[in-house]
Write a protein that binds this ligand. Structure first.
Ligand code: SMG
Ligand code: MG
Length: 368
């Protein structure tokens, strides 16, 4: 396949409500979309970096700079390109997994559209639909939290994830468990807000029958997570810490992680995400697809990934209307708690011209 042009589109979508985590509050989603143009098809990808480097080291404008100065020229220099060769061409650039992932999926989308094959089929999906889970932000009161949880359960979400941080942990989790009863699947995510010295405090979450505690400690603290795991009954899931298949194996073998959250952006792409899925399956470790408040472009691709066999836990895979009144693609919808895996070629969706225009902040094109 010959790449003729890459476009970057910066968009801003207002959120239906602010989304607070232990590292900050988002009021809108500023995202970066990548469009790959070939003579026969175009493809789209979404860079999941946040505007600030607070989830991980990457941020939107840094990712765009890496794309323009290093990543796009590297693939542009290839005589022909397929998704399978993109990763190798980018290995001389260190880091920037979210930028790399966006470029790779845009190219893969174009390639699959040309071949009339869906991303789900290409990746090896085994399910026609995936269960929907929702991530619930930190709120200003427990009453407000219970209200939000009620709304998501009434909408049909099959699993609730509560964001926690020091000062917003045992009391809200207890309140939710008492409110929803034993039958509802609940887990928590701290985005690295604790240290291993908080072990006794975090053990107070054990009575609430949580599916897991996600990333309680810092990204680089595998030893701390392994030590914490010995102090908790609640299984530990790692998100930020797992950046590659090698790190996944280290996390599993050291006892730091019993479960792994896989985000294609964090690990450098959907192909790398599948490798981590495979290596976890080989170790008997279940995985789930994480979310980064994606627009319909990234969301549709994540649904395809979640249909692989070892994604046995409910992911942060929610409908577009969880975050956006108007998505830039036809909305990803949930029916009875399930989201259908797209069957159209490539990622199965494309931006709606008018919605893209409305959300557009600026764009830039690079002819190759
Ligand atoms: O897309 O549903 C979503 C968000 C899920 O909580 C979510 N993501 O650490 O897992 C995580 C966070 C990272 C992004 S928070 C702005
Ligand atoms: Mg997380």
């Amino acid at each position: 396949m010959k790449l003729t042009r890459i476009e970057l589109h910066w968009v801003r979508l207002p959120l239906v409500a602010p989304f607070q985590t232990s590292f900050g509050t988002e009021y809108d989603r500023e995202a970066l979309l990548v469009k790959a143009v070939t003579p026969d098809a175009v493809g789209w990808g979404e860079c999941v970096a946040m505007p600030q480097p607070d989830y991980s080291a990457e941020y939107v404008d840094g990712a765009a700079d890496a794309l323009v100065r290093f990543l796009i020229p590297a693939v542009g220099a290839l005589p022909t390109v397929t998704a399978a060769t993109v990763g190798h061409a980018l290995t001389t650039v260190k880091g920037h997994p979210m930028a790399k992932a966006a470029l790779e999926i845009a190219i893969l989308d174009a390639q699959l559209r040309q071949a009339h094959m869906s991303l789900a089929e290409y990746l090896g999906a085994v399910r026609p639909a995936v269960p929907a889970g929702v991530s619930v932000g930190i709120m200003s009161s427990i009453a407000e939290l219970l209200d939000a949880v009620d709304g998501y359960l009434a909408a049909g979400y099959q699993r609730i994830k509560l964001k926690i941080q020091p000062g917003w942990d045992v009391a809200p989790v207890r309140a939710v468990r008492e409110h929803v009863g034993d039958g509802v699947a609940v887990q928590v995510d701290a985005n690295g807000a604790y240290t291993v010295t908080d072990a006794a405090h975090l053990a107070k979450l054990d009575p609430f029958d949580l599916l897991m505690i996600e990333q309680p400690l810092a990204e680089d603290d595998l030893r701390g997570h392994a030590a914490l795991a010995r102090r908790l009954r609640t299984p530990i899931c790692l998100d930020e810490s797992v950046t590659s298949p090698v790190r996944a194996v280290e996390a599993i073998e050291s006892g730091a992680a019993a479960i792994i959250n896989i985000k294609p952006g964090r690990v450098g792409g959907y192909l790398q995400a599948r490798r981590i899925h495979d290596v976890c399956a080989a170790h008997g470790v279940p995985v789930w697809v994480g979310g980064m408040v994606e627009t319909g472009i990234g969301r549709a691709a994540n649904v395809a990934l979640a249909a692989l066999p070892n994604f046995t836990l409910v992911g942060d895979v929610s409908a577009s209307d969880r975050f956006f009144a108007r998505d830039i693609t036809p909305p990803v919808v949930m029916r009875d708690g399930w989201i259908e895996v797209p069957t159209g070629p490539g990622i199965g969706v494309e931006p709606d011209e008018a919605a893209l225009k409305e959300a557009s902040v600026r764009s830039e094109g690079i002819d190759l």
